[in-house]
Design a protein around this ligand. Structure first.
Ligand SMILES: CC(C)(COP(=O)(O)OP(=O)(O)OC[C@H]1O[C@@H](n2cnc3c(N)ncnc32)[C@H](O)[C@@H]1OP(=O)(O)O)[C@@H](O)C(=O)NCCC(=O)NCCS
Length: 231
């Protein structure tokens, strides 16, 4: 790490959104500003060689957060490449997740002897308009949203959407499923959410349901899902 990125590291690791939503053993790093592609390794830069500048900055900031999160686990000098689905290829023995939304980026990592998968997601509270509901939500989820007070409805729609994105990223690390949004159902219970198959006979590897965390801050919703490794 050069001097400039050392300074960035300390300034960007303040005011954490995800740490309170994660168990001990998961390292998280967040940034509210973007970094340049100069922070990428040669092989990482090759992944976004033809991308537009905004995407390059988004990608570089995610890699920057991931690099600093990995360093908290003692892993340095690693190029974080991606598979064909865009999923990060974490170092051997590591699982993790990256999210970015305008003005915010985060990466989290943990060890595979403790965790089978980790998913995080951040979305703006107003990201899901009602015309998207049929594509994103089951009939049961839509019925729940409709009966909410007006001022809560769009925030809760963003929460359901973000929870599904967190679940998708998390399960991809151990189940590698491509999932339709309406193939799973999310239920909000207090400060947690629970995801389960939307219908019986599908997604049989979900033996029970998975329970995630969420919090609203800075006009965003932040969701996390951590699945522990089988002992
Ligand atoms: C891939 C996807 C989940 C990304 O979510 P998003 O809200 O658009 O964007 P975010 O910034 O939060 O996350 C993007 C990051 O997710 C990670 N990611 C992408 N594909 C992934 C996958 N298959 N598994 C795990 N992580 C993945 C990447 O790190 C990516 O950032 P990067 O390309 O800069 O490295 C989303 O675009 C997508 O394709 N969804 C369709 C599948 C789905 O979610 N189905 C519903 C499940 S119930």
């Amino acid at each position: 790490m050069d001097d400039r990125s050392s300074m960035q590291a300390s300034s960007r690791q303040s005011a954490p959104q995800f740490s309170p939503l994660l168990p001990a053993g998961v390292a998280a790093v967040e940034s509210t500003t973007t970094v340049s592609d100069a922070t990428l390794t040669v092989t990482e830069r090759a992944l976004i060689a033809s991308a537009v500048p905004d995407r390059v900055r988004e990608f570089a900031t995610g890699r920057w957060c991931a690099r600093h999160a990995l360093s908290k686990l003692g892993i340095v000098g690693f190029s974080l490449l991606a598979d064909q689905s865009r999923a990060p290829i974490w170092p051997e023995g590591i699982v993790g997740s990256i999210t970015h939304v305008n003005g915010f980026c985060a990466a989290v990592v943990g060890r595979t002897d403790e965790f089978a998968g980790i998913g995080i997601d951040a979305e703006h509270e107003s990201c899901v308009t009602a015309n998207l509901w049929p594509h994103l939500f089951t009939a049961e989820e839509r019925a729940w949203l409709v009966q909410l007070p007006d001022e809560q409805r769009h925030r809760m729609a963003a929460l359901l959407f973000s929870a599904k994105e967190s679940f998708y990223k998390c399960q991809y690390q151990f189940a590698k499923e491509w999932l339709d949004f309406t193939s799973v159902r999310v239920i909000v219970e207090g400060d947690r959410w629970r995801v389960s198959p939307a219908s019986t006979g599908s997604l049989d590897w979900i033996r029970d349901s998975f329970s995630g965390r969420f919090a609203f801050a800075n006009q965003r919703v932040h969701t996390s899902l951590v699945v522990r490794a089988a002992r």
